[in-house]
Design a protein around this ligand. Structure first.
Ligand SMILES: Cc1cc2nc3c(=O)[nH]c(=O)nc-3n(C[C@H](O)[C@H](O)[C@H](O)COP(=O)(O)O)c2cc1C
Length: 197
């Protein structure tokens, strides 16, 4: 049990560091949602982690398809892989969408202009177009907006909180792979078990 607990602690630590470190292996997980009983996946950036309450934070354009999917089915999975450490983590949980509040504001304030520029997109992401399009106002193609210009994108800025319910960890090793699963509730460990890899 002690080993399992320390694996879970290491996972939260690694997630927290990834949320603070561009380029970290676990920085860009794949977020899976369900749409009409079909799986949908996309890469996202992990923007924040609160291990104490078991939440992970992303941000995205409120007009994008994922929010229609989350409205109907908030069950999601995040998949992380660190190729150097040969470690995979699946986090299953429920998504809660925030369009106001302290964390929403903090993520807006702390994100660089380069991460927020996409919220100025004139068209909802995923809109069909007749040729390749950057979907940015003309003056901000190849040019970052200033902080005051970004305010026009605030209505499109949404934060997704993923409240972790289950984590599954797999580490490959010549000495023998190791796999473990955890059930958590509001950041508190409920169950931990080894799994055959
Ligand atoms: C490296 C990388 C990072 C990305 N980060 C984000 C992100 O943080 N938020 C986001 O909404 N989309 C991000 N995207 C774009 C998404 O993968 C996806 O195309 C977009 O969110 C639209 O998804 P949807 O139509 O399923 O809602 C990223 C793409 C890549 C390749």
């Amino acid at each position: 049990m002690h080993d399992l607990q320390s694996i879970l602690e290491q996972c939260w630590l690694k997630l927290t560091l990834a949320s603070q470190t561009p380029g970290a292996a676990w920085r860009t997980p794949v977020l899976a949602t369900v749409s009409a009983q079909q799986p949908r996946q996309r890469t996202v950036v992990l923007r924040g982690v609160d291990a104490a309450v078991g939440s992970l934070w992303l941000h995205s354009d409120l007009r994008s398809a994922k929010f229609r999917q989350l409205d109907l089915q908030p069950a999601v999975s995040l998949l992380f892989y660190d190729p150097a450490a040969e470690t995979q983590l699946q986090v299953r949980g429920r998504a809660v969408v925030h369009t106001a509040g302290a964390v929403w504001q903090q993520l807006w304030d702390s994100s660089p202009e380069s991460s927020l520029r996409m919220y100025l997109a004139p068209q909802p992401p995923g809109t069909r177009c007749s040729g390749p399009s950057p979907n940015l106002p003309e003056q901000f193609v190849g040019q970052l907006p200033g902080r005051s210009d970004l305010a026009a994108g605030l209505n499109n800025f949404a934060v997704v909180e993923i409240q972790a319910e289950e984590l599954e960890w797999l580490q490959l090793s010549r000495a023998g792979h190791r796999r473990a699963a955890f059930v958590v509730c509001a950041g508190t460990l409920q169950q931990a078990t080894w799994l055959e890899p």
